[in-house]
Design a binder for this molecule. Sequence first.
Ligand code: PLP
Ligand code: COI
Length: 361
Amino acid sequence: MSMQFAVTPTDHPTSDKARAEILANPAFGKVFTDHMVTATYTEGQGWHDGVLTAYGPTLVDPASVVLHYGQTVFEGMKAYRQPDGGVSLFRPERNARRMAKSSERLALPQLPEELFLESLELLVKQDQAWVPNGEGASLYLRPFIWATEVGLGVRPSASALYQLIASPSGNYFSGPLRPVSLWLSQEYTRSAPGGTGAAKCGGNYAASLIAQQEAIANGCDQVVFLDAGEHRWLEELGGMNIFLVLDDGTLVTPEVSGTILEGITRDSIITIAKDLGHTVEERRVDVDEWRKGAVDGRVVEVFACGTAAVITPIGALRWPGGEAVAGTGEPGTITMKLRNALMDVQYGRAEDTYGWMRRVV
Ligand code: PLP
Ligand code: COI
């Protein structure tokens, strides 16, 4: 693949003062940097016309396939400021491979890994001044591919656009780190065997929104989904994987079975936890193991994990007429130990013994 990205920097960059104000208090995914990357796919021609340009709107034909049939995939990853002022990505080749898998599932063209990585490096280098410094802050990167063919026939689009945008971001959950509460969805599922649950595609998130609304209406922060068949086995949150910590220090997390997203944070935590001496079980997890374990003391901590959420402690699990709180309901010691160990690698405070970091600046 020999596509080169043509670089045309913006002629109206954000002033240093305005950027400093944004970086002093970044929210999540609200403000975007000065530039973006775009590449076009056309059947028969492959990927072409890769460009880095000023960030801005894209003209979309109202009959574009993506608007009607949701043929689109995305990724989420972060660039981290390092102690010496440089900038590194965390396991970006994993995101490249996962986006290719998601694209395959959605019958979209796959972007070659080297183009994916090149686009990330290009944008992060160009907008390096946008990588924040503060604790827990980073530059969130959002690569995505969407179907651009014009026409209402239900078939894979013959053309697509790859785009990459970046947003200086702080915590996904606003305010200081606190345990979040989960609503156990009774009615809705996000995924079924043979469906798209293992792909990072827009439709999964659209389908989760009504359940998330229900969670909020019931005073919870997030929804947690069970399996579609028996409504018994824990799957994941709308945008995060989940772990239980048992009283002997064992970590338990739902196995990768085709219905959950194979999180890169999840995988990294499994590696780190094993190195720290924990047993990690990837298996089916009955929600009653959590409910009963919260009462009899077997389940002592629960946490969610993902790029945006990093590791977020979970307090209460609620369902109509009931509640379970594992441990004290406050951030657990193992949760926080793993969170710190992961962030120490990402922010370059600990040696990168796994070769996970990719330096770009
Ligand atoms: N599960 C879902 C549904 C997600 O959207 C995400 C976020 O990307 C995750 C899990 C966590 O994946 P990762 O750790 O690769 O960010
Ligand atoms: C991420 O963690 O990167 C996600 O994509 C989750 C959510 C923001 C959709």
